[in-house]
Design a protein around this ligand. Sequence first.
Ligand SMILES: [Cu+2]
Length: 137
Amino acid sequence: MTATRASLALAMLVGAVPVTASAAVGPGPDSTVVRNGKNRVSLSISPNHGGLVDNTFTVRWTQGARRVHGTVRAVFTMQEMAMPSLRLALRRGSDGVYRGTGRMLTMPGRWEIRLQLRERGPPTEVAVVDHVTLGFD
Ligand SMILES: [Cu+2]
């Protein structure tokens, strides 16, 4: 049995709205919520394992009481080294929840995950830092 520990260490807002918010979770959780004004974005990662394995990214994005309807993509950038960013388009389900699965956290380390919403006007962006550690028991 392989156990991989990962945590979302820090979440912050960047992008069009000049307000910075932060959230810290851990140790070990795989979900977090970031708020900014009307935007409330929750991100869950399962199983949040590093390496060449699939992870599923689930995003619930609301503005006030409204679920957004635009396109959401996730951009993955490793923090410690120069590697090309990876992009994953999330699909909006009939339940209004965005999901995407892929081999995005390809190495252990610290990943910035930028969630970008395009609906109308300038995109709204939220950034989450995901600290992925491989642990073999
Ligand atoms: Cu790397």
